[in-house]
Design a protein around this ligand. Structure first.
Ligand SMILES: [Zn+2]
Ligand SMILES: [Zn+2]
Length: 458
């Protein structure tokens, strides 16, 4: 304990040490209203300049966002995305010091379907989101997680321009009506009921959400999706990723530009802003966020790895204000694995496969003990839901139907843990089943003709 305090000087500041007659440390004139970082007291105006600077500097340093570029902003309704939307609106307004030059559009993914909530409650949340959307005047799209189950097949998002739309453009009442009809799909709630752990449920929600955002971006020709991840959220994700066997994905999961999703890039412009600063920013600007229930709303502490990590990091941050920045700075030194062949990425999360390891590895040891503990059980239940060639509506299995064990081969370690928690791989989205089937067939074919290939790896 002592060594931690001695090492970084991050000793909790007693409340009495923050004097009431202090002045703002920036302008040295005004009365401070907020204490940022360890003990920096700032007045209202200096604090807003400080937050806006962090947001603008993060975008500027990346040199990735071009003038006039159309960008999709993912809006959940929570405090962070509400703050991001406000920062973007202010940055684009005439009164901005140096105006932002990109063109934002908004997208909301309704995730309340996983909770099996009554239609009226979902309607209430969505109406609140729509009110915000309409007040901005930007192009808006709304989709629900149910849509992620039936995304176009083939290479997933790349073929999104064909087939039905993954979302509704909210420029017409007709779009809204179609959305309201389509979201009443019981399948999603049933799938989530059958997944055992909350950790796996949360992970699956994240994967479906990312897939949907990628597909919508493709469909409407956006090349970037803006996410409202704060540094506090990223610190939680770093530790939670490691706890869920996704250590190799920490870098891509938390850096500014996540390029795992083909030609769609996910960017995180408020990754330097803490959740406390977001709350203060919203409060000073009167930005209201929307309450959107999630899987861990009102859940007990430790109901999932993510939730437990969140309690741990926020608890520590309250006493040691440098916790979040220490975690994010440490993770910032990590590098991601470079882009690899399609065959070497996970079919569910698109991260590089970390499961192509040798026989004498920790992974093989875990698999071996797993196999021994399951001995006597039916090895790998067969999928019966879909042949893997269509949109999942055929409800038939083929001779070459998938085994759980086959699908597992096309997944990274973290996704394997999630899929193992499902009773059947047919609960995976149809485009994932399609991709897994084609990849397994290619692997089988390559094995059959291997002796005739000049280069064994080609
Ligand atoms: Zn000031
Ligand atoms: Zn994966």
């Amino acid at each position: 304990m002592c060594s931690v305090q001695d090492g970084d000087g991050d000793i909790p500041v007693p409340r009495s040490a923050v004097s009431v007659d202090r002045v703002c440390m920036k302008c040295k004139v005004a009365k401070p209203v907020v204490v940022t970082r360890v003990n920096d007291a700032l007045c209202r105006d200096c604090f807003i300049v400080y937050v806006v600077h962090k947001f603008r500097a993060t975008i500027g340093k990346s040199h990735l966002i071009r003038d006039g570029e159309e960008i999709l902003l993912a809006f959940s309704g929570g405090p962070s995305s509400s703050a991001l939307l406000h920062l973007v609106q202010e940055g684009l307004s005439q009164r901005a010091h140096k105006r932002l030059r990109f063109k934002p559009s908004l997208v909301h993914i309704d995730e309340t379907g996983v909770l099996g909530l009554p239609s009226e409650e979902r309607q209430k949340t969505n109406t609140a989101v729509l009110d915000v959307f309409r007040s901005t005047g930007y192009p808006c799209y709304i989709s629900s997680l149910e849509q992620a189950l039936d995304l176009p097949g083939g290479s997933g998002a790349q073929n999104a321009s064909e087939g039905h739309s993954p979302c509704w453009c909210l420029d017409s009442e007709e779009g809204l009506e179609t959305y309201n009809r389509a979201k009443n799909d019981k399948r999603l709630a049933d799938i989530f009921k059958s997944i055992k752990s909350t950790t796996a449920k949360e992970d699956y929600v994240k994967k479906l959400r990312n897939q949907l955002l990628t597909t919508i971006a493709h469909r409407y020709s956006y090349s970037k999706v803006m996410l409202a991840d704060t540094s506090s959220r990223l610190a939680i994700r770093i530790l939670s990723d490691i706890g869920q066997g996704r250590g190799g994905q920490v870098s891509a999961d938390t850096c500014f530009a996540d390029d795992r999703h083909g030609d769609i890039m996910f960017v995180r412009p408020i990754r330097e802003v803490t959740s406390k600063e977001v709350a203060m920013y919203n409060s000073l600007h009167g930005v209201e966020s929307i309450f959107v229930p999630t899987l861990t709303t009102r859940a007990q502490r430790g109901s999932s790895i993510d939730h437990l990590t969140e309690c741990f990091v926020t608890g520590l941050q309250a006493e040691f204000p440098s916790t979040v920045s220490n975690i994010t700075r440490t993770a910032g030194k990590l590098d991601s694995v470079g882009r690899t062949r399609t065959e070497d990425i996970c079919v569910l999360c698109h991260s590089p496969l970390d499961t192509n390891v040798g026989e004498a590895s920790a992974l093989r040891a875990v698999e071996f003990s797993d196999m021994l503990s399951k001995r006597g059980c039916d090895p790998g239940s067969k999928t019966t839901g879909c042949c893997g060639e269509g949109d999942g509506s055929c409800q038939s299995s083929k001779v070459n139907s998938l085994h759980n064990t086959d699908v597992i081969k096309t997944l990274c370690y973290g996704c394997r843990l999630t899929v193992k928690d499902m009773t059947d791989v047919s609960q995976l989205p149809s485009h994932v089943i399609y991709e897994a089937t084609s990849r397994i067939n290619r692997m089988r074919m390559r094995k059959d003709i291997q002796d005739f290939l000049i280069d064994g790896d080609s």
